[in-house]
Each structure stands twice: as C-alpha cells, then as structure tokens.
Design a binder for this molecule. Sequence first.
Ligand SMILES: Cc1ncc(C[n+]2csc(CCOP(=O)(O)OP(=O)(O)O)c2C)c(N)n1
Ligand SMILES: [Mg+2]
Length: 370
Amino acid sequence: MGEEDLLQVIAPDGTIDGRRDPGLPEATLREAFRHLCLVRALDTRMLSLQRQGRIGFYVPSIGEEASQVGSAMALEPEDWVFPAYREPGCALWRGVPLKTLVAQSYGNALDVMKGRQMPNHYGYRDIHYVTASSPVGTQIPQAVGAAMAARIRKDPVVVLAYFGDGATSGGDFHAGMNFAGVYRTPTVLFCKNNQWAISVPLSRQTAAKTLAQKAHAYGFDGVRVDGNDVLAVYAATKAAVDKARAGGGPTMVEALTYRMGPHSSSDDPSRYRSKEEEEFWKRRDPIERMRKYLEVKGLWTKAWGDALQKEIDDRLSETIREVEKGPPPALETMFTDVYEQLTPRLREQMDAFLASGERRRPEISDRFPL
Ligand SMILES: Cc1ncc(C[n+]2csc(CCOP(=O)(O)OP(=O)(O)O)c2C)c(N)n1
Ligand SMILES: [Mg+2]
C-alpha cells in the first residue's frame, strides 16, 4: 500500500476483505460492538444531562467510536495510554467502571478526582490511562518520554498517545515525533483525524496530502486507516504495537474519522460547517458498519441488537441514578489531599475554614462560567 491508501477491512455494505480479516473470535467481535454502542449511548446521555443542567460540561466523541475501541483492542493491559479528552471507548475497553467514568462528570465524592479535574480530562492509574491534559498535544512528547523510560528499564511495554488532527500543527507533535524517530521509542502515535479542530477544518491544519506522511520525515512508518472501520483500526494498531514491542520503533497511525457532534457541549457546529457534510459522514457511521458486518456474519439479529441496546440504556440509567446520589467531596479533602501528610500550616487553615461555616456548595454556573 502507498502512503495515501486507506486501510479498510469492512466494506460499507458489511462484507469483508478476507485477506485482511484479523480473524478475531466471535465473542471479541460482539464485545467490540457492545463497546461501540456503549460509548455512543454514554455520550448521547451525558450531552443530554448537560442540557438539563445536571452536569456542567461534556466532550462527546460521537462518530469516533471505532477509532477508540479498535485501537484499545490492540493494546495489552500493561501498556500505557496517554489520551486526549475524547477517548472514553479506550478507557472503557481497558476496564474503567462505567460508574467511575460517569462520576467524573459530576465531580462528587464518587469521582476519584473529587471534582478537581476538568470534565472528560480523567486518568486512571490502575488501567494505565494517564490523565488527559487540556493543552493540545502535550501528551505526545510525554508518551514518547514514557516509552523511552520503559525501554531503559527493559520493561516491554508500548505507549500509545491519542491526539487530533489539530494537534499535528503544534510544536509538541513535532518534538515528540522527532524524539520518537531518533530514539526509536516503542510508541504508537495515534492521530484521530476527525476533520475538525473546533471550528478549524483540516485544510487549515496542513498543506500535506496526509497526516500519516509526516512520519516519513521523522524516519518511521505512518499508516492511514479508515477510522470508522473498527477491524481496520484494530489491525493497523496491532501491527504498530507488535512492531514497537519487538524493538522496531514507533509508528504513526492516522485514523480517518469524523466528529459527528459538537466539539464540546459549549460548541455549535452549525455555525461553521454544512448539513451536507454532516449527512455525508452520517452515511459512514462506524456503528452501522460494524452492525452490517455482524449481520453478514450471522452474529447480529434485530432481537439481539434490541436487547443489547436495552441492556446498555438500563445500565446507564441505573449508573446515573447511583452517581447522582453521591455526596459532594468532603470539604476537608481540599487540605488533606495536598500532601501525603497534612502540614501544620494546612492543618491550621483547614481548622479555620471548617470553623468558619463556609460550606456553600458551588452552583454549576460558578464552576463552569462558559
Ligand atoms: C495549546 C492549546 N491551544 C488551544 C487550545 C484550545 N483547544 C482545545 S481543543 C482544540 C482543538 C483540538 O483539535 P484536534 O487536535 O483536532 O482534536 P479534536 O478536538 O478534534 O479531538 C483547541 C484549539 C488548547 N486546549 N491548547
Ligand atoms: Mg480534530
């Protein structure tokens, strides 16, 4: 394949190119589909909770589910992920409990970050999922550095960094790519090219034909994959992961996909893009592609699909109900969580604060002025 070719395994009609079939067991294919549906339902529900004023802010990933889940499937539990803010599918695939993820948007006592991190900018040590940083692209050199540290320690892990098309215009992308190439770090640089960086289209990010070709300038492979084809994403990422683990150095994977929803709950894409464009991509929905594939394979029936959707919807409703019962984080944790041990000065401040009776719970509008 040339660098401009797009790796595709599942054709839009659900048929499969046998030579490229990664041959995953039926249970894994079903589990992949379940995750695609779960991410879509989670994002849809969270956006609606934001509109109802029950959470303050949300970053949906609607349309990008296959890029997230397919790439996550290619990693081992011991590998590390340096995400952006739009990869709940990877966190869920790696085993973060749904309740933990939902609680992060509420920032209450059930949130492991106790509301101190921006919504969607979560991280979970036990699934090797590093906290997302908001400045675009900073995770790229961090991931490369972590991969290099792993190599020095002879720890056979691979580090995968997720970032967007917009991030490829930033300095951190180039510094990270160069370092990865020179030191042949075991890194997968996974670019979710969803065509937009808020309101800036891809055509304003680069004059290059593809984003993947940028890897060639840094001395390593860049591959382009249909990001709405979960099996193609899995196959491309798995090849990159295996190569990195075997000492073959980094790979950049450009997954071509589309951000079907707004950039965040604060965005209105109708201000800057056309309905026709959105319709074009709706016809390329990654979930529908996988559904058709499973149907062709005899693994999807309407009854099974309906039951799955109901199971997901019920589980989400139950999870949200439970999370909404969570109390706000204990006030004293503002002081007790700063250092491993409370310093005398902090103790003094904590005692004075708790004695002052200032216990008003902030309104959502205080916390999210946008
Ligand atoms: C260094 C920096 N500049 C600007 C922003 C504001 N910002 C937040 S997300 C974003 C767009 C990023 O686009 P892309 O990398 O394509 O990722 P996507 O949001 O499409 O997933 C911008 C400009 C920021 N967070 N950090
Ligand atoms: Mg983008």
